[in-house]
Design a protein around this ligand. Structure first.
Ligand code: ZN
Ligand code: MN
Length: 433
């Protein structure tokens, strides 16, 4: 039987502000002692008054604009009520019917909304003096948290991964978060269900997925699992499932029959927020050139291939370094295309060299003798021997992996090889091997 797959994502991202969302506590808590970055507001003590962080609102709107959302000129905060030890005041300040951003589109996926809320405390379950205990660290309480919700438009694990990669890249370009999943500054939830033609009346929520790789594997597993249940004429249980990396399968964590009632109501301590056209326009003007635009400009302005342009625009730092060297190259009569190839093939550590020094080195190389013939063959033989796994992949058809080997040859030869020559010889040797 054929089923349509419906996948929606919920992405929580901690915003990079100096202070927390509703108080003056610092956000630089990572690696610090528990409960050192706290005050009556973020501890949720009775009577403490929250004051919204303007910067966090601006960053939220920036992301919303990058996701082509409509920005609400009238927004408010709401209380989302639920009980859990990581939320001592019994509610989370979030946004319900009037989020800052809604109805966007990013890649082929419709964005339902992007709203701002506060992060909760962190629980640690451990054994202390032989007793099972749960400890609470409130340093994370009140960190500004951006939540992005998509429509169930995603059809498979590949599309989900691509969406998440591009989203992360964009958020990093905006410099609003480092999106570090290991540190927990980005957390993902996947809603997935299968239906004959339209969205079915159940959904499975996948949680605690700590990497894009796990997202991919968990989705593939769920599609198979749910399909088998549906083919038996049964309906998958509405529940939350996690990913078990050891056993390579999802497992049930919590069964939720119905949607929880959070009894949302407007936060009485924070007045609604109005933004006029001019203010929204000012924020829009502050957006940097985004990855797709930059890539398009690089291909045109520097005559780069699509592939090279995407590598050089992977992050803002690399893009800026490349452009810095490109303008110097022009002055010195070096081809910009050549600069691009060197940056990519040699995996230059741009954190350790300035564009000026980089160009000086290239000028020096120009006068150095090039390694050719037998000496080049020797280097290539060594590189192939040391990277047999990569060679196998290339033979299987992963042609792009040749660039890695070119880089290795360039390194061995201390740059004294023409990369095109190296690539050509590598191809010949791999073919004939
Ligand atoms: Zn505080
Ligand atoms: Mn949330």
């Amino acid at each position: 039987m054929e089923f349509k797959v419906f996948i929606g994502l919920e992405i929580h991202i901690e915003l990079k502000t100096k202070a927390k969302m509703f108080c003056h506590c610092g956000t630089d808590y990572f690696g610090h002692k528990p409960n050192t970055h706290v005050c009556p507001v973020c501890l949720g003590l009775p009577g403490a008054l929250p004051v919204p962080n303007k910067k966090a609102i601006e960053l939220t709107i920036m992301v919303g604009q990058a996701l082509n959302c409509r920005i609400n000129s009238f927004s408010k905060f709401d209380r989302k009520n639920y009980f859990y030890p990581d939320l001592p005041k019994g509610y989370q300040i979030s946004q319900y019917d009037l989020p800052f951003c809604k109805n966007g589109k990013f890649l082929d996926v419709d964005i339902t909304r992007a709203h701002l809320e506060e992060d909760t405390a962190k629980l640690a379950h451990l054994k202390l003096n032989g007793k099972e205990v749960s400890l609470i660290d409130f340093n994370r309480s009140g960190i500004p948290l951006l939540e992005i919700v998509t429509e169930p438009d995603i059809k498979n694990s590949k599309q989900a991964k691509e969406f998440l990669k591009k989203l992360t890249q964009t958020v990093r370009y905006l410099d609003v978060s480092d999106c570090d999943m290991e540190k927990g500054s980005m957390r993902l939830e996947v809603n997935i269900s299968l239906g004959k033609d339209k969205l079915p009346d159940y959904k499975v929520e996948l949680k605690n997925l700590n990497s894009f790789r796990f997202v991919e594997k968990a989705i593939d597993y769920e599609i198979k699992r749910q399909k088998e249940i549906l083919e038996k004429g049964e309906k998958p249980t509405q529940e939350t499932r996690g990913w078990d990396e050891k056993r390579q399968r999802t497992f049930s964590q919590r069964i939720k029959e119905e949607a929880q009632d959070y009894r949302y109501f407007p936060e009485p301590d924070i007045p609604p927020i109005r933004l006029n056209e001019k203010e929204i326009g000012e924020i829009k003007k502050s957006l940097p050139e985004l990855p797709e635009e930059k890539k398009r400009r690089f291909t045109k302005a520097y005559c780069l291939s699509d592939y090279n342009a995407s590598l050089l625009t992977e992050n803002m730092k690399m893009a800026n370094f490349f452009e810095g060297t490109a303008s110097l190259a022009g002055e010195k009569g070096i081809e910009v295309k050549k600069i691009a190839n060197i940056l990519i093939n040699r995996k230059v550590n741009i954190n350790k060299i300035s564009p000026e020094k980089f160009i000086r080195n290239i000028l020096k190389e120009k006068t150095k003798p090039q390694i050719k013939g037998k000496d080049l063959n020797k280097i290539i033989k060594k590189v192939l021997e040391n990277n047999q796994k990569v060679v196998k992949e290339i033979k299987k058809g992963k042609e792009g992996a040749i660039e890695f080997l070119v880089g290795q040859v360039m390194r061995e030869a201390k740059g004294q090889v023409n990369p095109n020559q190296a690539r050509k010889t590598l191809r010949e040797k791999i073919k004939s091997a």
